[in-house]
Design a protein around this ligand. Structure first.
Ligand SMILES: [Zn+2]
Length: 113
């Protein structure tokens, strides 16, 4: 299964997008935050970023949260199951987006992913 690799690759990508956005930020506090984040361990990174960054980072933070969730599901052997009804998520959906959290039925019910 290469989903794990895709999830890790995308996590790295999203993280560096956040750092690039921060480096262009006019807020002086963000420059200090870059240094802090570069020295922050993976498991605390997202918490810290979510707390310290504004709404303009919400999309990136949300995506990272989904990716992290999928990675921890792999760790505990729950990957690929719907988080609402616990049915298996269709392989095609996971191929399209390895961080998919819901089966088609539940995704439609919620009107989003
Ligand atoms: Zn479901």
């Amino acid at each position: 299964m290469n989903h794990q690799k895709r999830l890790h690759d995308e996590l790295t990508q999203v993280k560096s997008n956040i750092l690039v956005m921060l480096s262009k930020s006019p807020h002086p506090a963000h420059q200090g935050l870059i240094t802090t984040l570069k020295h922050t361990a993976n498991n605390e990174w997202l918490d810290l970023a979510a707390k310290r960054l504004g709404p303009e980072y919400a999309n990136l933070i949300n995506r990272m949260t989904m990716l992290e969730a999928a990675v921890s599901q792999i760790d505990i052997g729950q990957y690929g199951y719907c988080c609402d009804c616990e049915e298996k998520i269709a392989t095609a959906l996971l191929q399209k987006d390895p961080a998919t959290q819901r089966c088609t039925k539940c995704a439609i019910k919620r009107g989003s992913n």
